[in-house]
Ligand binder design. Structure first.
Ligand code: NAD
Length: 293
């Protein structure tokens, strides 16, 4: 079994981006800029946004966090989105979800101009991804594709089973693995909470991508000998042995499955760091597209 070390690869990619940004600046150009809009004070959202800002600083991007009050109206948030759409100095921006319950997430996401939608959640970008046109791909599936690519994992003609169909992970993941590309060209089976005989289906997979959010759900009996296993899930479970009282686990029972598969991503240190890096790659892509105009 070989570990797909997302943390190490993400570090390599961040170094590459930092060098690229250094060259832009030495030519007198401005660095790319990413803005994160954070509404309210949800704990995990603050952590995610803080991490995104730190990543930007590390690669030399400009970044800004617009911290808005929990009780602003949807119209006020739409106004902020509009200002960011029009700001030529901003290459990409994200509105951190979840938003407060008095707001319609979809209405906000659809207000983001598609060429700045580095999260890849706007219907225009989702449509482009489905059609194989250039747009922004959501960070988690984009990071997984990059992980497979850089490890030169052959996916062509393989049976890929994706567990989960969310719009940010499972659905785009299945689309990308079925694309006429490398990585891609898989025969894809998308499974979900209503799937019958999930275990039997997973046990046939050459590539198994688990994104359901159920701690250690995928056991050894669900994995074919020699399969490639990508674990997207992140859950906190209690662990009295730790000072914090908890630890992070994935959707895969790592210890049991690792003995059987050819490649596997650890949690933490697998898909998570690749997701963060993919957002930087999307922002760089947005920057170049804006420079071309
Ligand atoms: P979600 O809750 O939106 O979707 C879960 C999907 O799993 C649904 O489509 C559902 O049909 C399916 N599902 C649920 N229970 C199932 C079951 N018993 N059998 C088969 N399918 C089942 O979750 P999400 O946003 O797609 O995230 C999934 C997991 O990935 C979560 O643990 C989340 O924290 C994690 N995640 C990690 C990253 C990362 O960067 N590593 C990024 C995004 C999400």
């Amino acid at each position: 079994m070989q570990l797909l070390n997302g943390k190490a690869l993400a570090g390599t990619i961040r170094n590459e981006i930092r060098e690229e940004v250094g060259q832009l600046i030495s030519k007198g150009q401005r660095p790319p800029k990413l803005v994160a809009v954070l509404v309210g004070s949800d704990g995990p959202s603050q952590t995610y946004v803080g991490a995104k800002e730190k990543d930007c600083t590390e690669v030399g991007f400009d970044s800004e966090v617009l911290h808005l009050s929990e009780d602003i109206s949807e119209a006020e948030l739409l106004n902020t989105v509009e200002q960011l759409n029009e700001d030529a100095g901003v290459d990409g921006f994200i509105v951190q979800l979840p938003l407060p319950s008095h707001m319609n997430d979809q209405r906000i996401l659809e207000a983001i101009r598609a060429d700045k939608d580095v999260d890849g959640f706007h219907p225009e970008n989702v449509g482009k991804m489905a059609l194989g046109l250039q747009g922004f791909v959501p960070a988690t599936p984009a990071g997984i594709v990059e992980l497979l690519k850089r490890h030169q994992i052959d996916t062509e003609g393989k049976l890929c089973v994706v567990i989960g169909r969310s719009s940010i992970v499972g659905m785009p993941m299945a689309l990308l693995m079925g694309k006429n590309a490398q990585p891609g060209n898989c025969t894809v089976v998308q499974t979900h909470s209503r799937t019958k005989d999930l275990k039997g289906i997973c046990a046939q997979a050459d590539i198994l991508i688990a994104a359901l959010g159920r701690p250690r759900f995928v056991g050894e009996e669900m994995v074919k000998e020699g399969a490639v296993v990508i674990d997207v899930g992140i859950s906190r479970i209690e662990d009295p042995a730790r000072k914090s009282g908890f630890r992070l686990v994935g959707d895969v029972d790592f210890e049991a499955v690792a003995q059987k598969c050819s490649y596997i991503t650890p949690v933490p240190g697998g898909v998570g760091p690749m997701t963060r890096t993919a957002l930087l790659q999307n922002t760089l892509q947005a920057y170049y597209r804006h420079q071309e105009k």
